[in-house]
Ligand binder design. Structure first.
Ligand SMILES: [Zn+2]
Length: 407
């Protein structure tokens, strides 16, 4: 492929390996990648010279002399990540090792005529405001919708009212930086690959609960995107055709039952949240109130979460049976109330898994307001480790910035 020389591929493969499994000795790198030790010695010397790798402790070995391990330098680069929602932008500044250096929130109206200019303005202002050492390698954008290709970045997002929006193109022109755009759940999976479950597992599912319900499928270490970048729309698995209307235009989807709006509607049907009728716009606030009621022992509130747990558990069992992952990670704003989902979810999911899969680990991770945006930044920070080339030309530009960053 033009622009991707052999050296770039070897460098990328070594960075990928160290980025995903952690520090290794040169001998281990040569063995894992089936490279000659002379080539590994040469390329790692170069990467150490560029400030991207460092020599760590000596690893004791049986017999022979201890081997020096090599690891990534977490301070060699940084990325900006932005999560776009219907009400606001959440922006983070993250270092290569995942350390968050800063975060910002700005109001945002995706339906405004100049919405793309507003997004570009916000990112340009952030680029201007942050330190340039270490250098910004690129900008990652997470959107609640479909993205044709990370490196092109044309977005279809019904919840934002966006159809064929040229987000990537517009931001690249304005910022003069590499820009990667991706579905927000897939971006979280990129973060898991880099800093979480993906370090130790190659096949896993990421499920998100909150306003929407989503999934990312990581197969053999890569996020499965589907033919149009639309894989993982778990929220639109049909549950019951006579169920509530769904934002996608049909009725009875999983999301219509267990997404934030579904929880609030179920709570209202049980006589809860009556004083919230006028505040329909504040779904997170309504769900938090429902959570407080459940925490106080309100039986109706507990029943809403229990029912949601059962519905989500059944659907999740179906997904696990289809995909056969090693582990499932549950994330999203909705995990704040997970203790009330848990019991019914667990029994619904375990009871419907095929024999031999019933002990699959399901991990519920911590969450905060910047987690989505950190996922978006991970799109950029993962590209030095992107041996498969998912980030295309933009990924090559990110690597060039990283390698060019130090003399
Ligand atoms: Zn739907």
């Amino acid at each position: 492929m033009a622009g991707t020389d052999r050296g770039d591929l070897t460098r990328t493969a070594i960075l990928t390996l160290l980025g995903t499994v952690g520090p290794l000795s040169r001998t281990e790198i040569a063995r894992e990648l089936d490279l000659s030790s002379a080539l590994v010695t040469q390329v790692t010397r170069e990467l150490i010279g560029h400030g991207m790798l460092e020599e760590l402790d000596l690893k004791p070995s049986r017999g022979g002399r201890p081997a020096q391990r090599l690891g990534l330098v977490g301070t060699a680069g940084r990325a900006l990540g932005v999560k776009v929602t219907a009400e606001r932008l959440v922006i983070v500044d993250v270092r290569l090792d995942g350390e968050v250096l800063g975060s910002w929130e700005r109001p945002f109206d995706p339906s405004a005529a100049g919405a793309l200019d507003d997004l570009a303005d916000a990112m340009a202002a952030t680029v201007a405001a942050v330190d340039q050492t270490p250098p910004i390698l690129g900008v990652g954008v997470g959107v609640p919708g479909g993205v044709d290709d990370q490196a092109v970045g044309t977005v279809n997002a019904p919840t934002l009212g966006w159809q064929a929006m040229p987000v990537g193109e517009r931001l690249r022109r304005r910022l003069d930086l590499p820009v990667l755009v991706e579905n927000d759940v897939n971006a979280l999976a990129a973060a898991e690959r880099l800093y979480g479950t993906g370090r130790t597992h190659r096949d896993f599912l990421v499920l998100t609960i909150g306003r929407g319900v989503g999934a990312a499928i990581v197969a053999e270490g890569r996020v499965y995107r589907g033919a149009r970048g639309g894989a993982g729309e778990f929220g639109h698995v049909p549950v019951d055709p006579s169920g509530p209307r769904c934002g996608c235009g049909t009725a009875g989807c999983l999301e219509a039952f267990v997404g934030a709006a579904g929880l609030v509607a179920a709570a209202r049907a049980r006589g809860l949240l009556a004083d919230r009728a006028a505040a329909a716009g504040d779904l997170p606030g309504a769900v938090a109130e429902l959570g407080r009621a459940a925490a106080a022992g309100d039986r109706e509130a507990l029943a809403v979460f229990a029912e949601a747990g059962a519905v989500l558990g059944r659907a999740t069992a179906g997904l696990i049976n289809v995909v056969d992952p090693e582990v499932v990670v549950v994330l999203g704003e909705g995990v704040a109330e997970w203790e009330f989902w848990r019991a019914e979810f667990d029994s619904a999911v375990r009871g419907r898994l095929l024999p031999g899969r019933r002990d699959i680990p399901i991990e519920v991770e911590g969450w905060d307001d910047t987690s989505w945006a950190q996922g978006a930044a991970a799109l950029v920070l993962a590209t030095p480790f992107d041996a498969a080339g998912a980030a295309g030309e933009q990924g090559r530009l990110v690597r060039a910035r990283l390698i060019g960053a130090t003399p």
